[in-house]
Design a protein around this ligand. Structure first.
Ligand code: UM4
Length: 613
């Protein structure tokens, strides 16, 4: 029999459940019973039963499959789930029992063994509420956190007399992975590897979460910042792909360029596919990139391509139905901050900091703009001597330095001798509260984006069981492209000033404090949620002061009698409902940040559909 005779042979047929694929990000998730059929070339699924098969509902070409693995039971609270990752999608299938789950994983893996695009790392969890349930990484495209092929010792060996070989000394996560640089990087410390955008590396050892030892194509070895590279092969390495940015951010980016034909591709949240945004005659046009029945990509019906890069290359040469042909992506933004100023570096040499002008003077001391080694722009927070318990702070700050999230201010390090300097990334548009007050009557979509950014940062802290304790608009900064960064997390614990730390104190931020904090000093992620509700109110009221004219005792009796802040004028009722849930008396009844994110997303889909597409 020839290969072609075999292509349609049905290798395996079973009824299982398919989880809706979340291609439409805002659609509700459901599970549908389908008949799954495995052939040498395709995984197909149909309506009906194995005996009476109905209409074909979809197919996955096995040649495009990158991963076939089980999914953790707790990811969707379903047992016996497995995943088939192909192109940029993941098909989740729920088997009826463990045997069926492993048989199917094995059978599909067998058919895909020779695929060139197979990945060696995958996520055993799912991407829910803006993060992976397995590793809590908030980057959807982040490389997997678990190796797909585990060279396990067979059970029988356990009973052998000979001791097993020792475990490898370092965790070899992601070892051997090929990655591409998204940005150029100038090595900072000895041992760091300098590189240019587009350079390729093999990861040798992952050291912690943020730096890894890598080898470039000239054989040079050194440390590289993990957030500067992406696994080879994905759209992330394309200079025109901007991922999850919103419509108006894309428009701002393109209009700023003032160059005909500037374009970018972004994820379109409304339908889970992608959108091409293109500047023509000073106006931005948005095109949905659709897929035809063969899963080929197209913008205009007559020009279909197997991959998005091929589609882009075609439209660079021919307008093919677009208002103009694609010319260049927007010039790239400045590089993102690395975690620390060099691998393993936390103590910063004071003589390497050049101080610039003062940008503020607050509770803890002065904040100045500065440069590290003359080149890296930084902010320097100079702590007033005797204003904080310094030793405890230095210890805890070492932990906080490892936090890395686009919506958290990045800590670079400290000069730990008195006066302590805290060195962070410099965030160019200053304090969120000032921003809100200066630019009242912001578009609703911008305000939604602000609270979304804050919720994302807080969900990250929540996932690390870290409590902020002083969340408020005054403690957030506004960066490039209106990206909001949450600051001063955990700092209040080290302040030596009873007026600030005791709830009876005059400087205690009582208007942001949950009842259990006021009464019993009981802080938790749920007291952070209360403060988040107040921050939402600040945002939607254009930076007004909550409980404007009330002093601390009046605020306490107002809250304790069950009264709450009123709905800001321009705020939609759905947004106000989220705020009010953040202010539920019982901490356990308040939502988590993960839930707030989900609710914001679904609200944005209904009320402000154009905010996300
Ligand atoms: N970039 C630009 C301006 C900054 C920054 N900045 C301002 N403050 C900071 C302005 N990074 C100050 C004046 C007011 N303002 C903003 C800034 C710098 C460092 C830290 C926090 C900062 O701002 C917060 C919002 C007030 C900082 O070190 N934070 C920190 N957070 C958590 C943990 C830790 C440190 C550590 F681990 F180190 F302990 C205006 C007007 C006035 O725009």
């Amino acid at each position: 029999m020839s290969y072609f005779d075999n292509a349609d042979k049905e290798l395996k047929v079973d009824s299982m459940f398919k989880r809706s694929q979340g291609k439409k990000k805002l659609s509700t998730i459901n599970y549908k019973e389908r008949v799954f059929v495995l052939t040498p070339k395709q995984l197909q699924y149909y309506e009906g039963t194995p005996q009476k098969r109905g209409k074909m509902k979809g197919t996955v070409d096995l040649i495009k499959v990158k991963v076939v693995e089980a999914v953790d039971d707790n990811a969707f609270d379903k047992q016996y789930c497995f995943q088939v990752v192909y192109q940029e999608y993941t098909l989740y299938i729920i088997a009826n029992n463990e045997e069926q789950q492993s048989e199917w994983i094995y059978a599909i893996q067998e058919e895909c063994r020779k695929n060139k695009t197979l990945l060696s790392y995958y996520h055993p969890g799912a991407f829910i509420g803006n993060q992976w349930t397995c590793c809590h990484n908030t980057d959807k495209q982040a490389m997997g956190c678990q190796k797909t092929f585990v060279n396990t010792v067979s059970n029988s060996q356990v009973f052998l007399d000979k001791p097993l070989p020792p475990l490898p000394p370092t965790p070899l996560e992601n070892e051997g992975l090929n990655v591409v640089a998204l940005y150029s990087f100038q090595g900072i410390e000895s041992g760091d590897l300098s590189f240019s955008k587009g350079d390729e590396f093999t990861i040798l050892i992952s050291e912690g979460e943020h730096w890894c030892l890598a080898r470039d194509r000239n054989g040079q070895k050194g440390y590289i910042p993990v957030n500067y590279v992406r696994e080879k092969g994905g759209l992330d390495t394309e200079c025109w792909y901007f991922g999850d940015i919103m419509r108006h951010v894309a428009e701002d980016k393109l209009i700023k360029e003032q160059k005909e034909g500037t374009f970018l591709v972004r994820n379109s949240s409304k339908d889970g596919l992608m959108t091409l945004s293109l500047l023509h005659a000073g106006v931005v046009k948005h095109y949905h990139i659709k897929q035809d029945e063969n899963k080929f990509y197209k913008i205009s019906p007559r020009h279909c391509f197997p991959t998005i890069p091929e589609l882009i290359e075609y439209h660079k040469l021919n307008s093919g139905g677009l208002v103009t042909r694609l010319r260049q992506p927007p010039s790239s933004d400045t590089n993102p901050p690395t975690v620390g100023l060099g691998h393993g570096k936390w103590e910063i040499d004071r003589s390497e900091i050049n101080l610039g002008h003062e940008i503020g003077n607050g509770q803890f001391g002065r904040v100045c703009k500065g440069w590290w080694r003359g080149t890296t722009e930084v902010a320097v927070k100079m702590m007033k001597p005797n204003s904080m318990s310094e030793d405890d702070f230095i210890e805890e700050a070492k932990v906080m330095q490892h936090f890395h999230h686009p919506n958290l201010v990045q800590l670079y390090g400290v000069c730990s001798q008195t006066p302590i300097y805290i060195i962070t990334e410099f965030v160019p548009n200053g304090c969120l509260l000032t921003f809100l007050r200066k630019q009242r009557s912001q578009k609703l979509s911008v305000l939604c984006e602000i609270v979304f950014h804050v919720a994302s940062a807080m969900a990250y802290l929540e996932s690390k069981n870290f409590i902020h304790r002083d969340l408020a608009a005054r403690n957030c900064l506004v960066g490039m492209n209106l990206v909001v960064k949450v600051c001063d997390f955990g700092l209040s614990r080290f302040v030596i000033d009873d007026e600030y730390t005791a709830s009876e104190g005059t400087k205690f931020p009582i208007k942001w404090a949950a009842p259990e904090v006021i009464m019993y000093n009981r802080f938790s992620s749920k007291s952070d949620i209360w403060a988040y509700g107040i921050l939402m109110w600040e945002v939607f009221s254009g930076g007004m002061s909550p409980y404007a004219s009330y002093g601390n005792p009046q605020v306490v009796s107002y809250i304790m009698s069950g009264k709450r802040l009123k709905k800001p004028e321009s705020c939609r009722s759905g947004i106000y409902t989220i705020m009010k849930d953040c202010w539920l008396e019982c901490p356990d009844h308040r939502p988590s940040f993960g839930i707030v994110i989900r609710r914001l997303k679904s609200l944005l889909g209904e009320d402000y559909a154009d905010a996300f597409d």
